[in-house]
Design a protein around this ligand. Structure first.
Ligand code: TEU
Length: 545
């Protein structure tokens, strides 16, 4: 892929380096491990990888707490290992997108250590510091996503600092131009090192309300009707009085884009967790071609795997994001694996995994896969003693945290830790039930979920209408998801039966069938003018434009 907008419609494979492949026996994956397995990733037919953070970090939030943005944590390797990874990825035709966690740092970052040391030093204003209220309590009612107030008292400065996530992840003060400049330098460091793109963590959290106003208990928001109810975590949803368009962020993103455009062929994908307002935010961040290239939301990361839900999300995206670009995903390192999340029973997981990639591949936008989903891995059942995610440890057992989707890749069915590590202990256990789903087993089985993923990704690639074409919904049965994708005179009709039983559906009168294509793994066909679909099945028909 050499076109500069290779990212448009690309298939991106997310690697969580901690859990991909360990090469030094410490039970934790590393960059050399990723390099070793790039051949496997390339064999999936994807265009790019997204690497979760591998930077120097005390790992309080598994690397989303960065202590040095411009170095590799010794646990993951060295900068030379990164260079090696880049070289091998490019040799295999894979682009490399790296995570940038710019909204906050670790409390061990030298910037924060300096900032907390004194109220008047060069970095004093690099974080969000505030005096307590007269009664000594926190400056306002903002909450942290990871529980409790968003404010932590610092005994040295005798002030509170703000953190959207852990107390050990202090928020940078983006209102300070020096902070912005320093972060742009970080991005440039990786641009120079060859990174093809950046996944921008919590991109809608960069700016905070400068006046530190309390969040209202209840918000009437015409843009986001779902937010009329009091929210569990109002600040988490950015649901506060602050100007929702965050004009400063648009200006920052323009500066970022100007920098990135100096390096041809690079891209950005922003993570937007903005509740019901997310798609509006995506539109604002990706329109005009002068801010982000693409964004992804949490819309399809919900437990809802119904035609209605997908239709609602995609329709809203189509309506709101006119000249922007979205990236869709069913799974990532923060949510329950979708083979489990979308299934009503263990028996239907495989069928759900198969249908999920058929649908994802047919959507308009770029698509993100999360390591292991191509094996149809279910969420790992872990005991409290196994947990490493601070978020899970804090809310157990009401919420079990994110470790269940972060267990190691299963390369072989036998062997030490399923081929993940030769060490004694792996940082999270390999679940017994994952072993039968190993890459080794699935490579050997022609009809495996893994091979189904490969064929489906190849099918998407072979049809430009799927990668870049327009999308128009077609009205059919409520639990049937149907739309066409068009490009240059080619019109493909996709019909997915999301019911847990077979059904026949009538083709809309205006459709002229040209040819039923062989959509990998799907058995849908046309009989006597009816579309005949199995349970959790699909069909692709070339129709008259
Ligand atoms: O996630 C941002 C985010 O909003 C998550 O906190 C999400 O709401 C949560 O994980 C529940 O699913 C990003 C990273 O993806 C996540 O791993 C980090 O913990 C977080 O930022 C803080 O950097």
């Amino acid at each position: 892929t050499s076109r500069s907008d290779w990212w448009r419609g690309a298939t991106i494979y997310q690697v969580y380096p901690r859990s991909f492949q360990d090469t030094d026996g410490d039970g934790i994956g590393d960059l050399r491990g990723v390099t070793q397995r790039l051949g496997y990733i390339a064999s999936l037919g994807v265009d790019a990888i997204w690497l979760s953070p591998f930077f120097t970090s005390p790992m309080a939030d598994m690397g989303y707490d960065v202590a040095d943005y411009c170095d590799v944590d010794p646990m993951f390797g060295t900068l030379a290992d990164f260079d090696e990874l880049m070289k091998e990825a490019h040799r295999l035709g894979l682009k490399v997108i790296i995570d940038q966690v710019l909204s906050h740092t670790s409390d061990r970052h030298p910037w924060f250590e300096e900032s907390r040391a004194h109220r008047h030093n060069p970095k004093a204003d690099w974080y969000v510091w505030a005096d307590p209220k007269p009664d000594g309590t926190a400056p306002n009612n903002w909450l942290s996503i990871f529980g409790g107030p968003a404010w932590e008292w610092d005994g040295v400065r005798k002030q509170y600092y703000m953190h959207n996530f852990l107390a050990s992840q202090p928020d940078l003060n983006f209102h300070n131009p020096e902070v912005q400049a320093a972060l742009l330098q970080v991005v440039e460091f990786w641009l120079k090192r060859g990174a093809d793109g950046f996944r921008l963590d919590t991109v809608n959290y960069f700016f905070h309300d400068r006046e530190l106003r309390d969040n209202p208990a209840m918000v009437k928001d015409d843009d986001a009707p779902g937010l009329d109810a009091p929210d569990v975590n109002p600040y988490g949803m950015q649901n506060h009085l602050y100007d929702k368009t965050q004009p400063e962020n648009l200006v920052f993103l323009e500066r970022l884009r100007a920098l990135i455009d100096r390096y041809p062929g690079r891209t950005t994908v922003g993570e937007v967790g903005d509740g019901a307002r997310s798609l509006k935010t995506v539109a604002a961040y990706t329109s005009g071609g002068d801010k982000l290239h693409m964004c992804y939301t949490f819309d399809l990361l919900s437990p809802d795997f119904t035609a209605n839900h997908i239709r609602t999300c995609v329709r809203a995206a189509e309506e709101m994001i006119s000249d922007g670009w979205i990236c869709w995903a069913f799974s990532n390192h923060d949510v329950e694996r979708h083979a489990s999340r979308f299934s009503q029973s263990a028996e239907e997981r495989e069928a759900v995994a198969r249908l999920s990639i058929s649908i994802l591949a047919a959507l308009r936008g770029s698509i993100c896969l999360y390591q292991g989903e191509e094996l149809g891995l279910p969420e790992a059942e872990l005991s409290f003693e196994d947990l490493r995610d601070p978020y899970g440890i804090r809310f157990w057992p009401a919420y079990k945290g994110r470790d269940g989707c972060r267990t190691p890749m299963v390369w072989t069915s036998g062997g030490n830790h399923a081929g993940f590590s030769s060490g004694h202990k792996s940082w999270l256990p390999v679940p017994g039930e994952h072993k039968a789903l190993s890459v080794e087993v699935q490579e050997a089985a022609e009809e495996s979920v893994l091979n189904h993923y490969r064929r489906t990704i190849a099918f998407r690639k072979a049809h430009p209408a799927m990668v870049e074409g327009g999308l128009t919904f077609v009205d059919m049965e409520e639990d049937v998801l149907a739309f066409t994708r068009d490009k240059g005179g080619e019109r493909l009709l996709f019909v997915f039966n999301m019911r847990r039983g077979p059904q026949d559906v009538a083709l809309p009168a205006h459709v002229t069938v040209k040819e039923v294509l062989e959509l990998p793994g799907c058995t849908g066909c046309i009989e006597k003018g009816q579309l005949r679909l199995g349970a959790l099945d699909g069909c692709c028909v070339r129709v008259g434009a």
